[in-house]
Design a protein around this ligand. Structure first.
Ligand code: DGJ
Length: 696
């Protein structure tokens, strides 16, 4: 990893593992001059953007811009939009200086500083040993300026003949659907106007020229570390150049930087690989685990969660039998979900009143926690600190604490409103009760939920009400950080009605996330396939639950449900009191088996074997040291369609492998040629797990 400054060319060469990124100041503008396979330092001086050849009608100044602007012939949707008090717009770049700083873990940093009027704008770069480049920007306002857009970065792609976009979209209970579509000429926007990352779109993108595969080809991929509203705009010009600009906030927000204020964007990260979509995902996984997530090296415990077992009917009396059975099947952590506090008998009351419901927990949480500990499990608890039900003591005392606008209805969704965390007293209140809950009780795990998007965002009387969008996210990050510092033992699960808040921003503060409220194992094969494009298995919460679920009324075997859930951080979420003795015994076997798989699944390198949208037989292969685990799934299939065997990835032909369950040995060459010896029957919704250890 290094960053070298070529003074004559006024360019900076960032080099990482096999890659180069060159940014220079040309024609007064900061431009990306190169991004791709490594080039020698000597080549930097010869890099020039093609703006010199453009016509008067062209938006030539946009080419390669590190932030798309609005001065001169720049006609793309800008990355940065400013309005000065005298009516002038934009930022006229004047290079001032730069600073290079050596960071830990190869995270060298570069800051390039520009000025215009009373503003100082700094472009920040941090190249990691994972090949991921973090970029963000900051403005120091020496005088007030109105901002309507301030993206973290614009990324310019190579000049290819064609472009294809991969992105993730979906809905509640149907997140993580991978879309792979031609990128049209024009502007394609993905984003969220909801105040959270959203179920509907995720800020992860991957762009190739239409020829990349799972295992080969050039892929450029970006993501945004922000858990509020966001927008990523992909622009393909008629001449065939592609720029991706992305950042926090949605269209139409505006706020004014005060004199003396510094505004810093969140991080936009980008990576290039020539190892296809699989390689891009593995690079993201490695990066998030090594440089973003707080505890990736820990084995996440197998937990029991009460939600689908009893929904809101959470009481000491009803939980005690579940504690017994959760321990019996091998769970290591017992988590009570929604329903334990205030008057929370359903979703219409209680949010905000964070004390145990006296009818349900007459002696507080201690007896239940003691029972959980007596069974050798740790204890976890559900909270939703950013929300309030109007039917709560909190709301009756502080109706002004919610996001709202003067004279407008306060739209209730799931009968709840969003607390305004931008108010310091609200964030302080949240810390106080969470701190007390964790100090008074022996709690190891917090499931932090967030069950609605924002509406009528504002703060009556506030000068700059749109800031509430940004302040909320920053305050949530700060609160989680503060809680982690005060309670270093406690682990946090990020949840938002499933996965409405999964992004590299929140992953800095949570140990794992809830992947989807849809726990149907058949649907989960696809959901997990999409999740894995951007995020690692160590972060992916996966439950086995009772079937049929309300989503599609499908019934599958316990084995299939367990094996699908074993592809991430396994949890048990069914009503164990209704399971037969035989089912409990079978569950205990699956949980014990998962514990043997866990190190490879949670900490291994992931290869996707096939695409479940298109193929009936797919799998996920995890590799760690000399161990391989393959989890394979068979979705409905018709007898006259071909069902080719599943072949592993990355196995040397002359290697030998022992099946850890049967003791059989296999040559790498035969596994590659003939496929994996998976043991399963002929049923639809079938599954198999193979554990191999390299013996030669
Ligand atoms: C939504 C979550 O995704 C569920 O797992 C559960 O915790 C409910 N909220 C509780 O209200």
């Amino acid at each position: 990893m290094s960053i070298r400054f070529d003074e004559a060319a006024l360019a900076w060469h960032l080099t990482g593992p096999g890659l180069s990124y060159v940014v220079g100041v040309q024609d007064g503008l900061p431009r990306q001059l190169y991004w791709g396979p490594a080039i020698p330092d000597g080549a930097v001086a010869s890099l020039a953007r093609e703006w010199r050849e453009a016509y008067s009608f062209d938006d030539r100044l946009h080419t390669g811009a590190e932030l798309l602007g609005e001065l001169g012939p720049q006609f793309a949707t800008p990355s940065l939009q400013l309005r000065h008090p005298d009516g002038a717009k934009g930022f006229d770049w004047h290079y001032r200086d730069h600073a290079i700083e050596e960071g830990d873990a190869g995270g060298d940093r570069l800051a390039i500083v520009f000025t215009d009027r009373d503003l100082t704008l700094t472009l920040h770069y941090r190249l990691w040993d994972t090949g991921v480049l973090d970029r963000w920007a900051s403005i120091d306002a020496g005088a007030p300026v109105e901002v309507t857009r301030f993206d973290s970065a614009a990324w310019t792609l190579p000049h290819w003949g064609d472009y294809r976009l991969s992105h993730l979209s979906g809905e509640w209970a149907g997140e993580w659907q991978l879309r792979r579509v031609p990128l049209p000429v024009g502007e394609t926007a993905i984003g969220s106007r909801r105040g959270n990352t959203s179920h509907q779109a995720n800020p992860w993108t991957a762009v190739d020229d239409g020829t990349a595969t799972e295992t080969s080809g050039h892929v450029y991929s970006t993501n945004l570390a922000w858990s509020g509203s966001w927008r990523v705009m992909l622009r393909r010009s008629p001449q065939g150049r592609v720029t991706i600009t992305g950042g926090a906030g949605h269209e139409g927000l505006r706020w004014t930087l005060r004199e003396g204020e510094t505004w810093t964007t969140p991080v936009s990260s980008g990576l290039w690989t020539d190892t296809g979509f699989g390689g891009a995902s593995r690079a993201w996984h490695e990066h998030l685990r090594r440089h973003v997530m707080p505890t990736p090296e820990e084995d996440a415990p197998v937990l029991f969660n009460s939600w689908e077992a009893v929904f809101f009917d959470v009481s000491e009396e009803k939980q005690l039998p579940l504690v017994e059975l959760a321990a019996r099947v091998g769970c290591e952590q017992f988590v009570i979900d929604d329903g334990w506090f205030g008057k929370r008998l359903a979703d219409n009351a209680g949010l905000g009143d964070w004390w145990p419901n006296p009818d349900r927990f007459p002696n507080g949480l201690k007896p239940l926690i003691d029972a959980v500990h007596a069974k050798g499990m740790t204890f976890g608890i559900w909270v939703e600190p950013e929300m309030v039900n109007p039917d709560s003591d909190l709301y009756r005392a502080h109706p002004d604490w919610v996001l709202n606008q003067q004279g407008r209805d306060r739209t209730e969704l799931r009968t709840q409103l969003v607390l305004d965390y931008g108010r310091p007293e609200v964030a302080e209140w949240a810390f106080a009760w969470l701190d007390k809950l964790l100090s008074d009780n022996d709690i190891d795990y917090v499931k932090w939920d967030h069950n609605r998007p924002f509406t009528e965002v504002g703060r009556p009387g506030a000068e700059d009400p749109d800031r509430a969008y940004f302040e909320h996210v920053e305050a949530v990050y700060a609160l989680k950080e503060r809680l982690r510092a005060a309670h270093p033992r406690v682990r946090i699960e990020g949840c938002a009605g499933g996965a409405a808040r999964v992004d590299p921003g929140i992953l800095r503060y949570v140990d794992q996330v809830w992947t989807s409220d849809n726990t149907d194992a058949g649907d989960r094969v696809n959901i997990q396939y999409g999740f894995g494009q951007a995020y690692p298995a160590r972060a992916m919460g996966t439950w086995i639950t009772d079937e049929p679920t309300g989503f599609n009324h499908r019934t599958t075997s316990m084995r299939f449900r367990f094996q699908v859930a074993s592809a991430g951080v396994l949890a048990v979420g069914g009503n164990l009191t209704e399971w037969s003795e035989a089912e409990l015994d079978e569950a205990a076997e699956h949980v014990a088996y998962y514990k043997r798989l866990r190190p490879v699944v949670q900490h291994g390198v992931q290869y996707r074997l096939g695409d479940p949208e298109r193929e009936p037989l797919t799998g996920v292969q995890y590799v760690r040291g000399d161990q391989i685990a393959v989890l394979a799934f068979k979705t409905p299939w018709h007898c006259n369609r071909p069902l080719p065997p599943l072949r592993p990835e990355g196995i040397a032909a002359d290697s030998r492998w022992e099946d850890e369950d049967t003791g059989e040995t296999h040559w790498g060459a035969t596994l590659n040629a003939l496929g994996l010896p998976l043991r399963w029957g002929n049923a639809d919704w079938d599954s198999a797990i193979l554990r191999l250890r390299r013996v030669a």
